[in-house]
Design a protein around this ligand. Structure first.
Ligand code: ADP
Length: 207
């Protein structure tokens, strides 16, 4: 019988350093899995499917009602699970996603203030009990993240939010991590890129 693959997600507030490690982590994982004839499927949220990428363009650039935003995030996620994530895991491949549901709790819940019970209801609807096998959370103080963002790129709708918004977003990420400690690996993103890679090498070796 085919052994199911694993689902790994990368999370963190904008500027925490997620993107810096994503491709490198995929390569580490891919070389470990190649020996077993398995592949790594790299994907992202919002997005990951043609419909999801269309929704991403709308979500990242257009103002909208908060509940609309949360519903569209979970609609895109439903499509992503059905079209990409579930089939890949079922054929034994591993999936690495740049963001997943923790981001909706952090941004729409923590950041924007949508009541958590509504997000939990959507999460149950869309995912049942499904959760990532591992979530790597890049955690950094908001002032550090903001300095990194301003030197790196022009902001999208979320990236141009206030410091207070990112404080609430970061807190909700940490609350989600405390709620499911077995699923999370928290990276202290104030460390150097080299130090962080050493930690992540240990993570790859242990999964
Ligand atoms: P994210 O994807 O989490 O928004 P990025 O990976 O794009 O963040 O990083 C934002 C900026 O911070 C980039 O210019 C990147 O080079 C820099 N950066 C990332 N990690 C570190 C680190 N550990 N130390 C110093 N600078 C970093």
């Amino acid at each position: 019988m085919m052994v199911r693959g694993k689902f790994i997600t990368f999370e963190g507030i904008d500027g925490a350093g997620k993107t810096t490690h994503l491709d490198w982590f995929r390569e580490q994982l891919a070389s470990r899995l190649a020996a077993h004839g398995r592949q790594v499927v790299m994907t992202r949220e919002p997005g990951g499917t043609p419909l999801g990428e269309t929704l991403r363009g709308i979500l990242l650039n257009q103002p909208m009602d908060l509940e609309t935003e949360a519903l569209l995030m979970f609609a895109a996620r439903r499509e992503h699970l059905a079209q990409v994530i579930e089939p890949a895991l079922a054929r034994g491949d591993w999936v690495l996603s740049d963001r997943f549901s923790d981001a909706t709790f952090a941004y729409q819940g923590g950041g924007r203030g949508l009541p958590r019970d509504k997000l939990e209801a959507l999460e149950r609807w869309v995912q049942g009990g499904f959760q990532p096998d591992l979530t790597v959370l890049f955690d950094v103080p908001t002032d550090t993240a903001s300095e990194r963002r301003s030197s790196a790129r022009a902001p999208d709708k979320f990236e141009s939010e206030s410091e207070a918004f990112f404080e609430r977003t970061r807190s909700e990420y940490l609350r989600r991590a405390a709620e499911s400690p077995e699923r999370f690996f928290i990276v202290d993103s104030t460390r150097s890129i080299g130090d962080i890679r050493e930690k992540l090498e240990e993570v790859v070796a242990s999964i």
